[in-house]
Design a protein around this ligand. Structure first.
Ligand code: MIC
Ligand code: SF4
Length: 641
């Protein structure tokens, strides 16, 4: 049997290890991307490595998350990022140029290359045949310095797409179907590679909706081959010279195969409060809505906005609905302005927002209390919209636009035929808001306003941990639960002492005070602990508060690595019954834990209830060293050269 595309790209970039599922490998990234909310820490960490200039083929720093300048904080961060980019040799995408993933897809994606980005939706560029992986900021900083990126060799799932989508059914419904079948933990430790006759019917932006939201499966990444459709896209982006074909060998081997019959899919909706809570639209049609939002890195392409505008053209948004539209990039914004779609949206009563993450991350447009919001985004974890008791439904732009007219969730198939749309042969190219770095940045100063606080450093793993359990959590706790985002908290991303006051803000607002009082503490989690974003602040802030270990049933990939990178020991219950037995407030003792982790098993004594149990870990030898040395930054410095 032939080799699949993913393994070919991994093999091309392999630095160490063997491509055996489950084994640790390291790979070299050709490109990196950061966004502002994770980028400030990433560049502080890059500085701490002491490397004068990035050693990648291309690194880009985007501003898209912290765009509400309600105080000096975000503006300070933007200036820090712009000056750091110039000094260290990084392209800088200015605020207003668009969401990192949409802009990267348009202007920098490169088939067959490997991209590492400090954002969980980095796999968006997988729609253009890149192997694009999300990671914590420190991992990206190391990659910018030329260091390898370590990951567990994933299993490769082949997703066989058969047939063609029916009218009103969208790319979003394909990824919904996978989420419905596999859930938010179904992709952990896996890469999803799409193949089959259905692939050619999907354009690159449609493929990117799918690879983007593959993040919600917990997958390492998702990828499409680079074919003639990809070539068309690169030609339309006027960079055909960057295109090259990539595909699996004939008759490729996959660890698992999933089949999706596109003809049989209908429009679907993800119910509050998890992206895998997917049902056919018929089950929720008629649900009254207060808000409809179109945008985010999942669904803000020229096609997505044109389809929405065509549905709304000549009609009015329901008076019960507040509707927002966010173009994913300045390219999309310019093009809908020129095509007239923007005027149709404005006339319909939609509120037009700047090109940014915006409502997707609670940066404005929080919905009213006790009301439903329908969004084309990728996540609907509780409180993420900025309203504590939110009810966020997720759907395609087609469903969102039709529902905005009626004021309730509406099956678009009841709305006549879909509007005819043409795929543009050329996109509008204007890279003026992307500032290339100067040849030499040595003499440049990096601007640091009062919002940029020094980096807190991790400590080497203690000989013995003795600490109380301060919180016990259910399954699938996301990083939005651990450290929420939103307009109040996000601006503190460069200030760990300040942001740490919001750890578990919605679950237990007293957590930070309790943790500081305890000095050292332990978190107990369920399965898929830390799913969702790449934000390393969900490890960094607990570390700052004195959290020494997490004991969980299983972990999400990026959060597990982030815990190690910041010196928090991630342990696993050897027997899940021990999870049930532990109570909040119990004091746990791990004597000689430094030696125990080397051996792979840690004996934990519950001093409060007077019993012992065993915890394991799935750390590589290298990760054990990282923990013993006090986190990745110390480890990299200790082994420099
Ligand atoms: C998100 O969608 O949750 C974010 C905000 O883009 C995060 C990154 C962050 O927290 O800064 C992500 O997905 O990685
Ligand atoms: Fe931005 Fe939302 Fe995409 Fe995260 S998921 S990068 S917040 S648009």
């Amino acid at each position: 049997m032939g080799e699949n595309l993913t393994r070919k790209i991994l093999a091309d970039h392999l630095v160490s290890g063997e491509l055996q599922p489950g084994a640790e490998i390291s790979v070299r990234a050709d490109q990196t991307l950061t966004q502002d909310a994770t980028g400030t820490m990433a560049y502080l960490q890059f500085e701490a490595l002491g490397i004068p200039r990035v050693r990648t083929k291309l690194s880009v720093s985007y501003i898209d998350h912290n765009m509400l300048q309600t105080g000096f904080e975000n503006a300070d961060d933007h200036r820090f990022l712009q000056t750091a980019a110039a000094k260290y040799g990084i392209y800088f995408s200015r605020p207003g140029n668009g969401i990192c993933h949409q802009v990267h897809l348009e202007r920098f994606s490169s088939p067959g290359d490997l991209l590492l980005g400090s954002d969980s939706h980095t796999p968006t560029s997988g729609g253009a045949g890149m192997l694009a992986i999300g990671a914590g900021g420190l991992d990206v900083a190391v990659a910018m310095g030329g260091g390898p990126y370590y990951l567990t060799t994933p299993k490769i799932v082949g997703v066989h797409l058969k047939g063609r989508l029916q009218p009103w059914v969208a790319a979003k419904d394909i990824i919904f179907e996978l989420l419905r079948r596999l859930t938010v933990k179904g992709g952990v430790g896996k890469i999803f590679e799409y193949f089959g006759e259905g692939v050619a019917s999907l354009s690159v932006p449609e493929r990117s909706t799918i690879t983007n939201m593959g993040a919600e499966l917990g997958a390492t990444t998702s990828i499409f081959p680079s074919d003639e459709r990809t070539r068309e896209y690169f030609r339309a982006q006027k960079r055909e010279e960057m295109w090259r074909p990539t595909s699996a060998d004939p008759d490729p081997e996959y660890d698992e195969v999933v089949e999706i019959d596109l003809d049989k899919l209908g429009p679907m909706v993800a119910l509050p409060q998890s992206p895998d809570n997917v049902v056919p639209i018929e089950e929720v049609a008629g649900t009254k809505l207060a808000q409809v939002c179109i945008g985010s890195c999942t669904n803000s392409s020229y096609h997505d906005l044109s389809v929405s505008a065509a549905v709304l053209k000549g009609r009015k948004v329901s008076p019960d609905i507040s509707m927002t539209v966010t173009p994913g990039s300045r390219q999309v914004f310019t093009m809908i302005a020129r095509s007239g779609a923007l005027a149709d949206l404005i006339e319909s009563g939609a509120r037009i927002l700047e090109s940014a993450c915006g409502p997707c991350i609670g940066m404005g447009q929080a919905p009213p209390s006790d009301a439903a919001s329908l969004r084309t985004f990728n996540r609907n974890f509780p409180g993420r919209s900025g309203t504590a008791d939110d009810k966020v439904y997720l759907a395609s732009p087609e469903v969102a636009a039709v529902s905005a007219l009626t004021g309730e969730i509406t099956d678009p198939r009841k709305h006549g035929s879909p509007p005819p749309l043409e795929t543009p042969e050329e996109f509008t190219i204007d890279d003026d808001l992307i500032i290339p770095p100067p040849e030499n940045g040595d003499s440049l100063e990096v601007a640091r306003g009062p919002n940029i606080k020094p980096l807190p450093l991790a400590e080497p793993l203690a000989q013995t941990i003795k600490a109380p359990v301060l919180i016990k959590l259910e399954d699938n706790v996301s990083t939005d639960h651990i450290l929420p985002a939103g307009s109040k908290i996000l601006p503190l991303r460069s200030n760990i002492p300040a942001i740490s006051e919001y750890v578990f803000h919605y679950l237990d607002p007293e957590f930070p005070a309790k943790a500081k009082e305890a000095g050292a503490s332990i978190i107990v989690g369920g399965s898929n602990y830390g799913q969702g974003s790449s934000r390393e602040h969900a490890a960094l802030a607990p570390m700052y508060l004195g959290v020494k270990a997490v004991l969980a049933k299983t972990y999400a990939r990026m959060h597990h690595t982030n815990l190690v990178n910041f010196g928090i020991l991630p342990l696993i219950f050897a027997d899940e019954a021990d999870y049930d037995r532990i109570n909040v407030g119990d004091v746990l003792e791990m004597p000689d834990v430094r030696d125990a982790v080397r051996g792979g098993e840690v004996t934990v004594r519950n001093a409060t209830q007077a019993y012992e149990f065993t915890a394991r870990h799935n750390l590589s030898e290298r990760q054990v060293e990282v923990l013993l040395e006090g986190g990745l930054l110390n480890h990299v410095k200790a082994h420099a050269g």
